[in-house]
Design a binder for this molecule. Structure first.
Ligand SMILES: *Cc1c(COP(=O)(O)O)cnc(C)c1O
Length: 369
C-alpha cells in the first residue's frame, strides 16, 4: 500500500462525474450547468474539481470572490467565471482576469462603469442579481426600471445574465413561497429581454432548485452542494454519491478504568472500563469543538464511535469500547459509508459547513475516475 498521510481528505472524481450526470439528466437538454466551486470547491480541491466540471460539460464556473476566480485563470481554465461577491477594491483584477461580476446594487454598477470608462472598455459582460425574496443580495423589483435605464445608456455593459436565488427550494412546506419567487423572476426576465437584451442567460436554481423544481431551470443552473454529493432528503441522498471523504487512523489506543477522565477539563468520565482511541485530527483541521462530548460519531471497522471529551486542536478521542480495533486502523470521519449528516449526530450544522471547514492543512488525495 502506498504511504498516505494519516489524516486526508479523499476526493472521488468518479462520484463527481456521477452527480454531474445525474443533475444533467434531470434538466432539459439545452440547460447549461454552472459549476459552483467557491470556498476551495466546497472544501475539496479547487482546480481539480473546476477542470473536471469543465471536462464534464459545465459551461461556466462560479466563485464567491475575485481572488478565487484568479486562481482558476492562472491554472489555464478559460470558461466564463461568475463572481458572486466581487469586492470593489479588486475591480482592476476583475477586468484583468476576465471574470464576470454579479452586480447587485447601483453603487457597484457605477464604480464598475467608472473603471470601464477609464480603461476604455465597452460591452463588459455582467450578470445582474435580483432579490426575489431571499433578502440577501440583489436589486429589488422596484429598482428594475432605473437599472434598465443605466444598462441601456451607453454601451459599457453587456447584459450576459440575470439571476436570482431561491431561499427554500428544498423545503416542500415553502413551495408557495418558492413559486412566488419563480413568478417574480419570470416577470423580471421578460422585462429585461424586452428592454435590454433578448439573449441573456437567465438562471435561478441552486442544487435544491435543480432537484426539487427542475421546471424552473431557465437557461442555466448553478450547481453546488449536489455535485459534491449532498441532497436535501434521504431519497436525493440515495441518488447522489459523496465526493469528499475525511479519513484518519487511530494514533493511540488505551484502556481506562471506571472513573478515569479523558481530555481537557475532564469532560468525559468513564462509567465503566473503557477503550479510548486518539485520532490525529482536531479543531485546527476543521472539526469544531462543538462536536466534542458525544455530539458526533466517526466510523471505525463499520461501527460508530462517539467523540468523547473536548475536541483538541490537533487530536480528538473516541470511545471504542465496543469495537475490535488496533492502532493504525482506518477511521472514516465522514464520507460514503458515514456521511457528514451521520457524523453530525445532533444536526448542529449542515453538510455545507462541515465540508467547507476542513482546513488546508489536511492533505487532499484525488482518486481519479
Ligand atoms: C453557493 C451558491 C450557489 C450554490 O448553492 P448550492 O446550494 O450549493 O447548490 C448558487 N448560487 C449562489 C448565488 C450561491 O451563493
Amino acid at each position: 500500500m502506498p504511504k498516505v498521510d494519516e489524516t486526508r481528505l479523499e476526493i472521488d472524481l468518479k462520484a463527481l462525474t456521477h452527480n454531474y450526470q445525474l443533475l444533467a439528466q434531470k434538466l432539459p437538454e439545452q440547460t447549461q450547468i454552472m459549476g459552483v466551486v467557491k470556498a476551495f470547491a466546497y472544501g475539496t480541491d479547487s482546480i481539480t474539481i473546476g477542470k473536471k466540471l469543465v471536462d464534464l460539460g459545465a459551461t461556466h464556473l462560479a466563485v464567491a470572490y475575485i481572488e478565487e476566480g484568479m486562481r482558476f485563470r492562472r491554472r489555464g481554465i478559460e470558461v466564463p467565471i461568475l463572481v458572486f461577491y466581487p469586492q470593489l477594491e479588486d475591480l482592476p483584477k476583475l477586468l484583468e482576469y476576465n471574470l464576470i461580476p454579479s452586480v447587485y446594487n447601483f453603487h457597484f454598477l457605477r464604480k464598475l462603469k467608472t473603471a470601464l470608462v477609464e480603461e476604455d472598455i465597452n460591452n463588459f459582460p455582467i450578470h445582474i442579481k435580483i432579490n426575489t425574496g431571499m433578502n440577501r443580495l440583489g436589486f429589488d423589483l422596484k429598482d428594475v426600471d432605473e437599472l434598465q435605464n443605466e444598462l441601456t445608456s451607453g454601451n459599457y455593459f453587456k447584459l450576459e445574465g440575470v439571476f436570482s436565488h431561491l431561499s427554500s427550494a428544498g423545503m416542500p412546506s415553502e413551495d408557495d413561497f418558492t413559486q412566488a419567487q419563480i413568478n417574480k423572476f419570470t416577470g423580471v426576465v421578460e422585462a429585461f429581454r424586452k428592454n435590454v437584451n433578448p439573449n441573456f442567460i437567465a438562471h435561478l436554481c441552486n442544487s435544491s432548485g435543480i432537484l426539487s423544481h427542475p421546471e424552473a431551470a431557465f437557461d442555466m443552473v448553478r450547481a453546488g452542494i449536489a455535485l459534491y454529493g449532498y441532497g436535501n432528503n434521504p431519497e436525493e441522498q440515495k441518488e447522489l454519491q459523496i465526493v469528499a471523504s475525511l479519513k484518519t487512523r487511530i494514533a493511540q489506543l488505551r484502556e481506562i478504568p471506571k472513573g478515569a477522565s479523558v481530555g481537557y477539563d475532564r469532560k468525559f468520565k468513564a462509567e465503566k472500563t473503557s477503550k479510548i482511541a486518539t485520532l490525529p485530527l482536531g479543531y485546527a483541521d476543521g472539526i469544531s469543538r462543538t462536536y466534542g462530548n458525544q455530539k458526533a460519531e466517526v466510523l471505525i471497522r463499520g461501527k460508530k464511535a462517539p467523540i468523547v471529551g473536548n475536541v483538541c486542536m490537533d487530536t480528538m478521542m473516541v470511545d471504542v469500547t465496543e469495537i475490535e480495533c488496533q492502532e493504525g486502523d482506518e477511521v472514516l470521519v465522514f464520507g460514503k459509508a458515514h456521511t457528514a449528516l451521520d457524523f453530525d449526530k445532533e444536526k448542529q450544522s449542515i453538510p455545507y459547513e462541515l465540508i467547507t471547514r476542513i482546513s488546508q492543512r489536511v492533505t487532499r488525495v484525488v482518486l481519479e475516475d
